[in-house]
Design a protein around this ligand. Structure first.
Ligand code: ZN
Length: 150
């Protein structure tokens, strides 16, 4: 089976057994799990904020060493490139980051968005989405968070 599927998943980049099992189910259903009409069905975490442009939620498999791991998933349509993001959604993305920071009292973190051909990105889902992570720096055994980005 090829690593990249017709529904925009990259199985090679799945990290946990829970993710792998969910991806197998999505593959069988033949849909993009991050498209708005499917997202709430497949995503096991609560939607914390929903605007016209973004779902704000948490990652079902947070990166090791994170205190917080949020996802911002593009909502208007299936997009894979930043150039497809409508202007209003670009503004709303930063408003959503601000909302996360205020509601979760975040003093510092990191924000990134993979895009395009998953061969280059380390992404497991092609549909455009951003990550906001905060390292659990006060944990006694904290190690720097490692992120696969290319
Ligand atoms: Zn999609």
């Amino acid at each position: 089976m090829p690593h990249e599927s017709k529904v925009g998943l990259n199985h090679r980049n799945a990290r946990t057994e829970e993710q792998k099992a969910l991806m197998a189910k999505i593959e069988a259903d033949g849909v993009c799990p991050f498209c708005a009409e499917h997202f709430k069905k497949y995503h096991p975490k609560p939607i914390l904020r929903e605007t016209d442009y973004w779902f704000v939620t948490t990652n079902m498999s947070p990166y090791e060493g994170t205190q917080h791991h949020f996802l911002l998933v593009y909502k208007p349509f299936h997009a894979t490139l930043p150039e497809q993001v409508v202007r209003e959604a670009q503004t709303d993305l930063f408003a959503s980051i601000e909302w996360i920071m205020k509601t979760h009292h975040i003093m510092g973190g990191s924000f990134f968005m993979r895009f395009g051909d998953m061969k280059y990105t380390g992404s497991s889902v092609e549909h455009l989405h951003a990550h906001l992570i905060v390292g659990d720096v006060d944990a006694p055994d904290h190690q720097p968070v490692k992120v696969r980005l290319g």
